[in-house]
Design a protein around this ligand. Sequence first.
Ligand SMILES: NC(=O)C1=CN([C@@H]2O[C@H](COP(=O)(O)OP(=O)(O)OC[C@H]3O[C@@H](n4cnc5c(N)ncnc54)[C@H](O)[C@@H]3O)[C@@H](O)[C@H]2O)C=CC1
Ligand SMILES: CC(=O)C(=O)O
Length: 371
Amino acid sequence: MIIGVAKEIKNNENRVALTPAGAEMLRQAGHTVLVEQNAGLGSGFSDESYLKAGAQIICDKKQLFDSAEMIMKVKEPLAPEYELFHEGQILFTYLHLAPEPELTKALLEKKVIGIAYETIEGPHHSLPLLTPMSEVAGRMSVQVGAQFLEKPFGGKGVLLGGVPGVEPAQVVIVGGGIVGTNAAKMALGLGARVTILDLSADRLRQLDDLFNGQVTTVMSNSYNIAQWVKKADLLVGAVLLPGARAPKLVSDDMVKTMEPGSVIVDVAIDQGGSVETIDRVTTHSDPTYTKYGVVHYAVANMPGAVARTSTFALTNATLGYALQIANKGWKQAVQHDAGLAKGINVLDGKLTYKAVADALKIAYTPLEQLL
Ligand SMILES: NC(=O)C1=CN([C@@H]2O[C@H](COP(=O)(O)OP(=O)(O)OC[C@H]3O[C@@H](n4cnc5c(N)ncnc54)[C@H](O)[C@@H]3O)[C@@H](O)[C@H]2O)C=CC1
Ligand SMILES: CC(=O)C(=O)O
């Protein structure tokens, strides 16, 4: 198979979908790997390192897209990329289609085979290609939250851990999955008080065990969320209903009860965001805005800022799937791996992921009907 690795164009997106090691493994399996010029630079990989691994460097983005049977990316395509796809081309990347009607329309019109990292399933409904970036973003949420709590960054001037004689800050995390757990680890490590709300009583039990009672676990409902949002110095949005638009769990009225200079980091923004006062996606170059005196951070590609760590973590998880798709062809690969099949969101002009179809009010076609 001819595989094209595109350079990312999103604001401060420094990750790349394939490392030189991955290029070498695909080459050894008999595939042709085309890498867009400078695609790896933001993660510390030179064009020479890809050439040494047996890849070819392509200077022209259009030529790369025209030649490749499978395009590997990190982030969802942006408008200037929509035109570059061709019918039957495989796109292997994060897609997050539920909040993206224009992108979805473009991929359907182009009849692209869109395999979304974030909906591929592993054992027990785990999300193996989302997990590594959720680990990164969960950890970062506390790092960036701590910074924006500082006065020069618009915050109330509170140190997460406090100091002897001065109480620590209160971190409230809505959603106790991978992002939530990693945020809690960092916040506890810095000495903050931590509360996690989740819908699943089993998950709350696991968190209580995992943190040995050091975090407060609370059942998620609108009453409890309102109580805890009011107390939060740092609020982290970390919910997910796979594929679907994130539920707006934190209302406008709840945010109004927060103290001025408190901070919200809504990690779930890539699925549309879980906080009502977040009405726009922010970027690494302009990461925050203030509403009702509260600092809002809503960057949809947080791991792009720590690209070297993130690229290794992401490609550790994606490469095996890329090899399956390239070696067997997409159809056989999904027929052999039901978890990989869950990644197919669009195929042959049809929407094949139910939660996305429901969010966008587009007809849903079960994948099995198209195989
Ligand atoms: N902004 C960024 O750069 C990044 C964003 N993300 C996003 O972070 C979000 C969370 O991802 P993960 O932690 O991996 O998901 P996860 O599936 O591991 O955890 C989600 C948790 O939310 C809980 N939940 C669902 N509905 C809830 C409700 N009403 N109240 C409270 N909890 C509820 C679930 O029970 C689950 O424990 C996703 O949208 C993911 O795409 C992940 C990585 C990077
Ligand atoms: C998960 C995701 O959207 C990201 O890593 O950017």
